[in-house]
Design a protein around this ligand. Structure first.
Ligand code: SAH
Ligand code: SF4
Length: 359
């Protein structure tokens, strides 16, 4: 199999090139790396390399480990790119539009997910494997390529909130962020425009030990935590893979002492399960002492998902508004995104509702 270069840093490409026979000089690695950051998907596009070198490089290396299989779009302009890995795993990368032309890329970190949250489509698929650095960063290359072709502005924000639990693939995400934050990324690149650390968010279901590691080692990006319930027993039944509330809270306090960044708490509202005033009080209790903003996400229906024998249901609009109001009466900063396409839940598997468009 040809070695993939898209998931490598400049230094790593340099090492690969200097190990060739005959070795390639360092400036070749810099040229190739710049092309990769510009979204080049083939060596033929690298017009400042001699033709014979382009041919040699394409024989030895690849620039994509994933293949774009389909582009799916709904009427709210949420666009999903379905990618397939070489070993046949299907991935989703989602482009969210805030309605003002700003785009956020929602990126997957695993094929499937082992955490088993009962309300999540990805969780119901089971776990296949962690994605490689290349398979993660290629999602951004495909997304920006798509936006360029549509003459739309590039991605401004990245959320690691697609398929999978990113904390379980932290090593790869650290490398992805190192590539995004490289000094080579000048801001003019078409493939991955310049990103600030404030414009990247990693979302976890709440794994305390990994949150501590994330606090210590980075990547130094924003943190979102899927809380969904502040009641221990209910949360354990809904999100069996996550840490206990007390461990989670300690880890978040530790994170905030280290990084001094506001945390987003995500609360997926499920009708009849976590929408009462007591549920709001429990969320407020968990939030106390932390600098947080709570993001309310009405559950996106997924067919065939049950909780202890009963089908799950989305909350009505009144229920949602009442829940937000309750939280605010406890002094908790709260945001509600009702438009499906603009909420991060757009990432969570609703392919049935989405029509396929030409590539
Ligand atoms: N594994 C990470 C990131 C991916 S899930 C995590 O759990 O945080 C991204 C977000 O989508 C999480 O907040 C999750 O609670 C939410 N989510 C999952 N399924 C959903 C659904 N059907 N409707 C709305 N939100 C959902
Ligand atoms: Fe995994 Fe997140 Fe879905 Fe839970 S909500 S199953 S952690 S992807």
């Amino acid at each position: 199999m040809r070695q993939n270069l898209a998931g490598l840093s400049l230094a790593e490409i340099g090492a690969v090139f200097s190990g060739r026979n005959p070795p390639l000089p360092a400036y070749r690695a810099a040229q190739v790396h710049r092309w990769i950051l510009n979204g080049a998907g083939s060596f033929d596009q690298m017009t400042n390399l001699p033709a014979h070198l382009r041919a040699e490089l394409s024989a030895d290396y690849s620039l994509r480990d994933t293949r774009l299989e389909a582009v799916l779009e709904n009427e709210e302009e949420t666009i999903k790119l379905r990618l397939v890995t070489e070993d046949g795993n299907a991935l989703e990368a989602v482009i969210l539009n805030d309605g003002k032309g700003r785009h956020t890329a929602c990126v997957s970190s695993q094929a499937g997910c082992p955490m088993g949250c009962v309300f999540c489509k990805t969780g119901s698929l089971g776990f296949s494997r962690n994605l490689s650095v290349a398979e993660i960063i290629e999602q951004l290359y495909y997304i920006n390529d798509f936006l360029v072709k549509r003459e739309k502005p590039p991605v401004e924000n990245i959320v690691f909130m697609g398929m999978g639990e990113p904390m379980l693939n932290l090593d790869a995400l650290q490398k992805v962020c190192a590539i995004l934050f490289t000094s080579e990324n000048s801001g003019k690149n078409r493939g991955v425009p310049l990103f600030s650390k404030k414009r990247i968010t990693l979302s976890t279901c709440g794994l305390a030990a990994y949150i501590r590691r994330f606090a210590e080692e980075g990547p130094d990006v924003r943190l979102a935590v899927s809380l969904t319930s502040g009641k221990e027993d209910l949360r354990r039944r809904l999100m069996p893979g996550s840490s206990s509330l007390s461990e989670l809270k300690e880890a978040l306090v530790f994170y905030q002492e280290k990084r001094r960044r506001r945390i987003t708490l995500e609360v997926v509202l499920l009708s009849g399960l976590n929408t009462s005033r007591e549920d709001a009080a429990a969320v407020a209790e968990f939030a106390s002492g932390l600098d947080v903003i709570v993001n309310i996400i009405p559950w996106n229906p997924v067919k065939g998902l049950f909780f202890e024998g009963a089908p799950l249901a989305s909350p009505g609009k009144n229920q949602v508004v009442r829940f937000c109001d309750s939280l605010r009466t406890y002094g908790v900063k709260t945001v509600l995104r009702l438009r499906k396409g603009s909420s991060i839940s757009g990432a969570c598997g609703q392919l049935g509702e989405i029509r396929k468009v030409a590539l």
